[in-house]
Design a protein around this ligand. Structure first.
Ligand SMILES: Nc1nc2c(ncn2[C@@H]2O[C@H](COP(=O)(O)OP(=O)(O)OP(=O)(O)O)[C@@H](O)[C@H]2O)c(=O)[nH]1
Length: 594
């Protein structure tokens, strides 16, 4: 039964391997799926971060452009005022330049060094420096010496600084759009608002030359002003269209309304009036500073709108980043929990099912092999596996009882067998046991060429002992003779109480000479005994007569050998007892003594 493969413990090990394999496979699939989801969410998060970073950079670029644009007011101011330039104008210009430089520094700090945008901004600053030097050269001249051409050039150089920032702004807008497409709307609209501020500023700057010299506007200035007004209107419409598609925020709505009211309401009428004067007699009521004081504040409505749109974009980007981070956390936590659950399931199934099955298989195999010493493990749960283990324990207990009963039965059989072959008085073999064992030994002894002898001895006048001292004393004497046999016979000799007071000894590996010596030793030993018998004060002395015969080659009939030894025994009795006689084989033609 133990050879049945189903009983081998290996089965259960394979079941555990299967469980671990399935667990590992499902875990791998879950991990793969989780890695895929986490990767997607990670990409979303990275894109959102990138979109936010680019939106902030765009905000900084637009701030640089705003500051450079604001710097044009004080620059135009000092170029429009005669020497000595008022300290207040110089102070305003210095402060404006400081603010522009600070905005440049802040933007530079955001960019990794060596990046294209960083290098480009470096070039733009050089261009700004050159434009400022040109402004300072013109402002250092007396007003009459300042030519219209150089004034326009100086203004144009300042414009170019702003134009130079446009590619950087476009680049960050594109990068933000690629990383987070939802930012495209508000960022594009914010750039349009910034462009409107710039164009409005340029429009004002075109009046600078005529205002400074209180002259009519030149044809190219008039054309440029009309061109800019057209561009401004066009941009306004684009801005309206783009903001109308965005999710409306109160800040953007308010900034749009303010822009419409202030710049495209009051300020447009003011510009139209200045244009009319510039096209008629050039007698402006305001100088450049007065013009700037009236015109510039209304342009701030563009900046309010730009900032509101940028804030909307940044808020969107931050919200998207936070959502992506949350989704990423959920995905990672979900994957971790699923894995934990899987591992728990594998551990529980292993502990509740596979391990008990493994133990059960080992126990069943042990039971099948008859090994009952292996205890069945305790399993507290009231489930099928628990029932199985409890049933196995019952089976084991039952088998243990059966085994004990079987052992008892075997012992009893052994005992009975021994008793049936043993003489109850001396503990030696009885006749039956002697004949069975001795008869079985002879063939093997012959096969290895051993010499075999048999001795038969009988107590002398034993009847007298019984008669004089009683049967119990006779039994004690027989018992003492048995002890003497154990003491004086060799280890391999087979000794038996053959019947009554007659004993037979089978002596393997014994020549006739050896047998005679052995018999003599035994006879002397018995004669020297002083046997204590119950109820008998004096020790009893006995003698024995012994007959010895040897086994003929190949002879296996034990009874015949005993018969020959018996013949020798009778001879010993006849000759006076207490002696050993060896059976003499009759000469050819002579009759057997028996
Ligand atoms: N106490 C006792 N006596 C036994 C037992 N078996 C046989 N005897 C006695 O042994 C005696 C044998 O006597 P006999 O055959 O005449 O032989 P003997 O008296 O020994 O004389 P020889 O053999 O000629 O020397 C008988 O009295 C039997 O009763 C036994 O188990 N116990």
């Amino acid at each position: 039964m133990s050879s049945d493969p189903a009983c081998r413990p290996g089965r259960s090990l394979r079941l555990r391997s299967l469980l671990i394999g399935i667990g590992a496979l499902i875990s791998s699939l879950v991990l793969l799926l989780a890695a895929w989801v986490v990767r997607i969410e990670w990409t979303h998060l990275a894109d959102s971060e990138a979109g936010l970073t680019r939106a902030r950079r765009l905000q900084d670029v637009l701030r640089v452009a705003e500051m450079a644009s604001r710097e044009r007011g004080p620059a135009n101011g000092v170029m429009g005022e005669d020497l000595p330039t008022p300290a207040g104008s110089l102070e305003r210009l210095a402060q404006a330049r400081e603010r522009t430089d600070a905005a440049f520094d802040a933007l530079h700090a955001q960019l990794p060094p060596g990046e294209d945008a960083s290098r480009h901004l470096g070039d733009t600053r050089e261009r700004l420096k050159a434009a400022r030097a040109q402004v300072d050269r013109i402002a250092a001249k007396p007003a009459p010496q300042r030519r219209a051409g150089e004034l326009r050039q100086a203004v144009s150089d300042m414009f170019e600084v702003i134009d130079d920032l446009a590619p950087v702004a476009t680049r960050f807008t594109d990068e933000a759009r690629q990383a987070a497409p939802e930012l495209a709307g508000p960022l594009t609209a914010a750039r349009r608002a910034a462009d409107l501020r710039e164009l409005a500023g340029r429009l004002g700057s075109l009046f600078t030359s005529a205002l400074a010299r209180r002259q009519v506007l030149g044809l190219d200035e008039r054309l440029a002003i009309e061109h800019l007004r057209g561009r401004i209107e066009e941009l306004r419409q684009q801005l309206q269209r783009s903001t109308s598609t965005l999710p409306a925020t109160p800040q953007v709505a308010q900034a749009m309304a303010l822009m419409q009211q202030r710049y495209f309401g009051d300020t447009q009428a003011f510009i139209a009036e200045q244009l009319r004067i510039g096209m008629s007699d050039g007698r402006f009521e305001l100088d450049t500073s007065g013009f700037a004081a009236r015109y510039v504040p209304d342009m701030d409505s563009f900046l309010l709108l730009r900032d509101a749109l940028l804030e909307q974009a940044l808020t969107q980007a931050r919200a998207e980043r936070d959502r992506a981070a949350l989704r990423l956390s959920w995905a990672a936590a979900g994957a971790g929990l699923t894995l934990l659950l899987l591992v728990s399931v594998v551990v529980i199934v292993n502990r509740r099912v596979v391990q008990p099955l493994t133990d059960s298989t080992a126990i069943v195999s042990a039971l099948a092999a008859g090994r009952l010493d292996q205890p069945v493990p305790q399993h507290g749960a009231r489930d099928e596996v628990g029932d199985l283990l409890r049933a196995l324990e019952l089976l084991r207990q039952d088998s243990l009882e059966r085994q004990a009963l079987e052992r008892e039965r075997q012992n009893l059989i052994e005992l009975l067998r021994d008793q049936s072959n043993t003489d109850f008085l001396t503990g030696l073999l009885n006749r039956r046991g002697f004949m069975a064992l001795g008869g079985a030994q002879l063939p093997a002894l012959h096969r290895r060429g051993a010499e075999i002898a048999v001795a038969v001895f009988d107590l002398d006048h034993f009847k007298l002992i019984n008669d004089r001292h009683g049967h119990i004393c006779g039994d004690a004497v027989l018992d003492a003779i048995g002890e003497a046999c154990r003491q004086w016979c060799r280890r391999g000799d087979l000794v038996s109480r053959y019947g009554g007071e007659e004993f037979v000894i089978l002596m393997p590996d014994c020549t006739v000479q050896g047998a005679w010596q052995q018999a003599e030793r035994l006879r002397n030993g018995v004669a020297s005994l002083r046997i204590e018998a119950p109820g008998h004060p004096a020790p009893i002395e006995v003698t024995i007569s012994v007959g010895v015969a040897t086994c003929r080659p190949g002879e296996t009939d034990l009874a015949r050998i005993i018969s020959r030894a018996d013949t020798a025994l009778y001879a010993a009795k006849r000759e006076g007892r207490n002696r050993v006689r060896v059976y003499q084989e009759p000469a050819p033609g002579e009759r057997s003594p028996a």
